[in-house]
Design a protein around this ligand. Structure first.
Ligand SMILES: Cc1ncc(COP(=O)(O)O)c(C=O)c1O
Length: 458
């Protein structure tokens, strides 16, 4: 299907025409993010509508959503309460500034969110995305040290293979070689710990990998190199998704927490994908019993319906900003759309939906069944590892000698075209993170489709 054949008259896009929607005359103008534009536009995959566990593509084929859109539609698609809240809000208050002005909703939502977060993370700073949450969190950590007289703490520590979005702060603390290759050296004063992927020792572990807690001790070594008094913050994803689902070895996060506490370093958990029920609690922090000083979130906060992110900040950090004169701005940072009314309305309805349907518990209730289904793929051709936790899963394939990533992409493509199922591909890893409304029959279907597709992929 080429761009030129995208008109409903060409026989494609039947479902889309039915919806009365407009098809593009050309696909040239939209420069798609993180996409091989030429290949995509030569053979597009276009979604047209969605409901519950499914999308429909423009041709009307029903597509099972095995990755919650992009790790964000945790309550499933087009949930009536959320749809209604957004419709109501847009006709009532479409926009209100939050710089020295506001409206009631961001306050209502912040109270609701603070009640969900672990420990004393009771203050909420709104952003519009995970990337903005990460950059905001790093800036808050730097300003916090400055506010309490330790402005020399400017160093930030991330990890190899980490994905913290696409802002300059996020790519600096992140650990993806492509960001270094394409966008230059980034922020100064950033160091990295090793990642925790170890297929040799931990391959096919069910749940948290048993080996690797000792890698947390690397943090002591890196801190000592720079001197602890220069380190502002350490940022980690409790579970990383974008680099192919990398899990923390049992006990690892607890040890990272202990080292940060010992040296007065702010610990940031980037929970952009693990937040809002993905692993059986509101946040992974609660599931792992480890409380950071700051949590970054986005995605599931509005069920993906309206862009929104948030930074949850501890009382201690927030308090450091409260000692100036009442008339002084306490944090010199913010976005035009921070706390946008539409996003707040969507988020409140999303939180109601999560609570009413007890969706945060789904990853515990279905965790064993999910794990069993996923690990039943062990032994299929080219499968070199399977990883899971909560309602997250990953299957890693041996790369083709001449084309790393090609096998993973082919499984993704075949799952969509032949299996009518949306998954996420990253390199030679297929990542799964279904909406939390899924039932056992969906789990069966996901792993049946994947089994067939993996067998068919050389
Ligand atoms: C851990 C983590 N941080 C940050 C981001 C960036 O979020 P966004 O794409 O909303 O900017 C992502 C996106 O997947 C993520 O997984």
């Amino acid at each position: 299907m080429s761009a030129d054949s995208l008109s409903p008259n060409a026989g494609y896009a039947a479902h889309y025409a039915e919806l009365g929607a407009q098809m593009p005359a050309s696909m040239e103008a939209f420069w798609m993010p993180f996409t091989a534009n030429k290949a995509f536009k030569a053979k597009p995959r276009l979604l047209a509508s969605a409901s519950g566990m499914h999308y429909k593509d423009v041709e009307g084929r029903e597509i099972l959503d095995a990755c919650a859109g992009l790790w964000c539609v945790n309550a499933g698609h087009a949930r009536p309460r959320i749809v209604e809240a957004i419709k109501q809000q847009i006709g009532t208050l479409d926009f209100a500034p939050n710089f020295s002005m506001s409206s009631p909703l961001p306050f209502v939502l912040a109270e609701r969110l603070a009640a969900l977060t672990p420990g004393k993370l009771n203050h909420v700073f709104y952003t519009n995305s995970g990337s903005e949450s990460v950059d905001s969190a790093l800036k808050i950590a730097l300003a916090y040290h400055r506010a309490r007289g330790e402005g020399q703490r400017t160093r930030l520590i991330g990890r190899e293979k980490a994905y913290h979005g696409v802002g300059f702060g996020g790519i600096a603390v992140g650990g993806l070689p492509n960001n270094r290759k394409w966008f230059g050296p980034g922020l100064p004063g950033v160091d990295h710990l090793r990642h925790t992927l170890d297929i040799e020792r931990n391959g096919f572990s069910q749940g948290l990998p048993p080996h690797g807690v000792e890698w947390a001790d690397e943090l002591e070594r890196v801190i000592t190199l720079h001197d602890p008094s220069t380190i502002a913050a350490v940022i980690v994803e409790p579970i990383s998704g974008s680099a192919g689902v990398i899990l923390p070895p049992d006990g690892y996060l607890k040890r990272i927490r202990e080292i940060c506490t010992k040296h007065g370093i702010v610990l940031i958990f980037d929970e952009v994908i693990t937040g809002f029920g993905r692993v059986g609690k509101a946040f992974a922090s609660q599931r792992f019993g480890v409380t950071p000083d700051i949590i970054t979130a986005a995605k599931g906060i509005t069920n993906g319906c309206v862009p929104m992110g948030a930074v949850f900040v501890s009382e201690d950090i927030f308090d450091a900003f409260t000692h100036g004169p009442d008339s002084a701005i306490d944090l010199f940072h913010g976005y035009t759309y921070s706390g946008h009314p539409l996003a707040c309305a969507a988020a409140l309805a999303t939180l109601d939906t999560y609570a009413e349907e007890q969706l945060f518990e789904k990853a515990i209730d279905l965790g064993d069944y999910w794990q069993q289904g996923l690990h039943s793929l062990k032994g299929l051709p080219n499968v070199i590892d399977i990883r899971n936790f909560g309602l997250i899963g990953a299957i890693e394939f041996a790369p083709r000698a001449d084309a790393p990533g090609a096998r993973g992409f082919e499984v993704f493509r075949r799952a969509f075209e032949d299996g009518q199922m949306l998954t996420r591909v990253t390199g030679d890893v297929i990542a799964l993170s279904p909406p939390l409304i899924l039932e056992k029959e969906h789990i069966d279907r996901i792993f049946n489709v994947l089994g067939d597709v993996i067998r068919a992929t050389a």
